[in-house]
Structure formats: structure tokens, C-alpha cells
Design a protein around this ligand. Structure first.
Ligand code: PLP
Length: 381
């Protein structure tokens, strides 16, 4: 492929003949200012307020779950969701090495250990085959759940991630984990609005988490959410993230180690305005994806596509280059031309904090690590 044709395509799509084109920038064309001013006028700018409640309700509707908890960011959402799932110090969590660092960090914040399993080449999410292979050769069922025969530690949870908004084979993952009595927490930080067979990302496991950081499909500056169909667990999530305060009109009673992970009402106001536009954003992104897709047709560059029966929010559009050399050339030429592109993350076990963690062969993860790039994917104003 002639990369200069790709650069012209992006410049045409964004109607920016010369300006720098970022990977993903937010747009605020809805009621953001109105809701923010309303928050200021109400004086409820901090962690209590009508927009926090409205945001939680909206998240329940969107994901068709029974309980949503607004929190300060997606990383905090993951940290608390794992604790809610029962992860304790010294235990293990099965996850993928091909992910953003927050997935692994949230395990470490619970003083638990990640075990890195391979991803599927098409979804770039945790592979059900790798999961089965690992469990069959390394795990055994005992009282209290599944145990790792090598380390003798309890496998306390499984944490798959929906990469760039593409759905992982999540129902298969949940089915396997159910057989092994392992709770699933879905890192759906990148997949708000994605679904499989009409069921929302984040609603398959025991708990699901989302991020509203500035680079995500909708943003509130910084924010996160935990969702669950287990109402009691959700309520416990609210309590733990609001300093574990026992309700009382004036007394300070905190009967457990909680967190101040509350989302301020100011941010919730922004989130509410942005969520109203989620469907439009996804429609727009789908068009953009189709344009990139027809451009790649017949070339040696493959666009990563959602599985049949799933729908992607197309948060960040990803291309697979033929090899590392082609990827590096693509990154250099596009970035030099002011069209931002970026490689996928380094595998987590390459980072100093996680280099001693148990892992499988990582064949697909390594393949993708060398070849995947993200291309400009912002909603066009
Ligand atoms: C963005 C992201 C997070 C963390 O969200 P923050 O709101 O930035 O803390 C977690 N996991 C994945 C996969 C992400 O992309």
C-alpha cells in the first residue's frame, strides 16, 4: 500500500488538509455547558448531586443491569470490582497481557497476582481456548473454588478486556469460568455501547467496569462506573467507594476500609450530556470504520472487524500490518505527516512490575503486538 494515499484519505475524512490530526479527541456538541452551569448554580459540585444519580440510572439503562456505581475513574472501578468479586491478597486473577496497564494494575492494587493468558487474533480479547488450556493443565477444583496447581494459590477471578471496543468471545469465557467457579469481571473501559447478540459489554460477568477518561468514546474529564446485576454487590460497591460510611444523619461511622472514589457531580453532569450522544457517536464512527474498511480492501493491510453477531462501538479503529517492519514504516510516515497513529500496547509481562508473572505461550499476543496500529478515530464534528 502507498501510505501517502492513506494520509490523503484521513485528511479528506476529517476535512483537514494540513492541520495535525489526533488519534481521538472528544467533542462537546450536546448539553455539556447547560448541565455544567446547572451544577455550579446548584452549588452541588462535589460528590453528592442529582447528576451522579442520573448518571448511574442512565448506565443501568444502557447496559441493562440492575445496579451502576459512579466512580472517579476506570482504574478505580476495576480495583473495587475485583475486591467485590472476592479477590484477596495473595490470590490470582486470570487476564490478558495484551491490554492497557490499568487492567494489570487493578489486580496488583488488590495485592493479587495476574496470570497472563493469550488473546484471540481476531478479537484481540482473552481467548476462550487459551483459558480452557490453562485451566485444564494448571488448575484444579477444590473447596472454595479453583486453585493453581503450580503456585497453590486460589484463582479468584478472570478479567477479560474488550480491546478497542471489539467484543471478546465473552459468553464462552463466562461459560468456562462458571464451570470452574471463577467469577468474571469485564474490563469494558473501551467498549461502552458495544454488544454481543444484543447484550451489552459489561453485563456478561458478575461485574463490569467502564472508563470516561478524555480519550474514551464518551468522556466526563475523568470518571468510571461499575455495573452488576447483583444488586447487593452493587450496593456494596457504592458503600466501599464512599469511604464505607454507615448511613447516619450526623455520626461518622466507617466499619471497613473504604475508598474515596466518588465521581464529583461536576463530572457526572458532563457524563450525562455525553451519554445522550453515545448512539450518534457510534453511528458516526461506524461510517468512518466503513470508509477505512473499503480503503483497505484488497491491500496487505487488514482492518480489525467485529465478530458476527457482535457490534462494536468502533472506539479506536485498528489495522494489522504485515510485519513489524511495515508497521514501523507506517507509524513513521503517518506521524511525520501530522496524522497521528500509534502501536498497540507492550505486553504486560515486559513491564518491570509484571515480568515474573505466570503466563502461557502468548503466540497471538506477540503476533498482534508487532503488527497492530490505531488510526485517527475521533467522531467528526
Ligand atoms: C482507559 C482504560 C482503563 C482505565 O480507565 P481510566 O479511567 O483511565 O482509569 C482501564 N482499562 C482499559 C482497557 C482502558 O482502556
Amino acid at each position: 500500500m502507498d501510505y501517502s494515499l492513506f494520509i490523503s484519505l484521513v485528511r479528506d475524512l476529517y476535512k483537514k488538509p494540513e492541520e495535525f490530526i489526533p488519534l481521538h479527541s472528544p467533542i462537546f456538541n450536546g448539553k455539556e455547558k447547560e448541565y455544567l452551569l446547572d451544577t455550579i448554580d446548584s452549588t452541588f459540585v462535589s460528590s453528592v448531586g442529582a447528576y451522579v444519580d442520573a448518571f448511574e440510572k442512565k448506565m443501568q439503562e444502557l447496559t441493562k443491569t440492575q445496579k451502576a456505581v459512579a466512580v472517579v475513574n476506570g482504574t478505580a472501578a476495576l480495583q473495587v470490582a475485583l475486591r467485590l468479586a472476592g479477590v484477596k491478597a495473595g490470590e490470582e486473577v486470570l487476564t490478558q497481557a495484551l491490554t492497557f496497564v490499568a487492567t494489570a494494575n487493578s489486580i496488583a492494587y488488590n495485592q493479587a497476582h495476574p496470570v497472563f493468558l493469550d488473546v484471540d487474533r481476531d478479537t484481540m480479547g482473552l481467548s476462550p481456548d487459551a483459558l480452557t488450556a490453562f485451566l485444564e493443565s494448571h488448575a484444579e477444583k477444590r473447596e472454595g473454588g479453583a486453585y493453581n496447581k503450580t503456585t497453590q494459590k486460589r484463582i479468584a477471578a478472570c478479567l477479560p478486556m474488550h480491546t478497542f471496543g471489539l467484543m471478546a468471545r465473552i459468553q464462552e469465557i463466562v461459560d468456562i469460568c462458571t464451570q470452574w467457579n471463577i467469577p468474571v469481571v469485564e474490563d469494558a473501559a473501551e467498549a461502552l455501547g458495544s454488544s454481543a447478540n444484543g447484550k451489552a459489554a459489561g453485563s456478561f460477568g458478575l461485574l463490569g467496569t467502564f472508563s470516561f477518561n478524555g480519550n474514551k468514546i464518551v468522556t466526563c474529564g475523568g470518571g468510571g462506573a461499575i455495573v452488576s446485576n447483583d444488586v447487593e454487590l452493587g450496593q456494596r460497591g457504592k458503600y466501599l467507594t464512599t469511604t464505607a460510611k454507615v448511613p447516619h444523619s450526623w455520626e461518622y461511622v466507617h466499619d471497613e476500609l473504604g475508598y474515596n472514589f466518588r465521581m464529583p457531580n461536576l463530572n457526572a453532569a458532563l457524563a450525562c450530556a455525553q451519554l445522550e450522544q453515545l448512539d450518534t457517536f457510534i453511528e458516526q464512527k461506524k461510517k468512518l470504520f466503513e470508509q477505512y474498511r473499503s480503503f483497505c480492501e484488497g491491500s496487505e493491510i487488514k482492518i480489525k472487524q467485529p465478530l458476527a453477531d457482535t457490534s462494536s462501538n468502533h472506539w479506536l479503529i485498528a489495522l494489522e500490518l504485515p510485519d513489524r517492519e511495515a508497521r514501523d514504516t507506517f507509524l513513521r510516515i503517518t506521524n511525520d505527516a501530522g496524522v497521528m497513529t500509534r502501536p498497540i500496547w507492550q505486553l504486560m509481562y515486559r513491564l518491570p512490575m509484571y515480568q515474573d508473572c505466570q503466563r502461557d505461550d502468548q503466540i497471538n499476543a506477540k503476533f498482534l503486538e508487532e503488527r497492530i496500529v490505531n488510526i485517527p478515530s475521533s467522531v467528526r464534528p
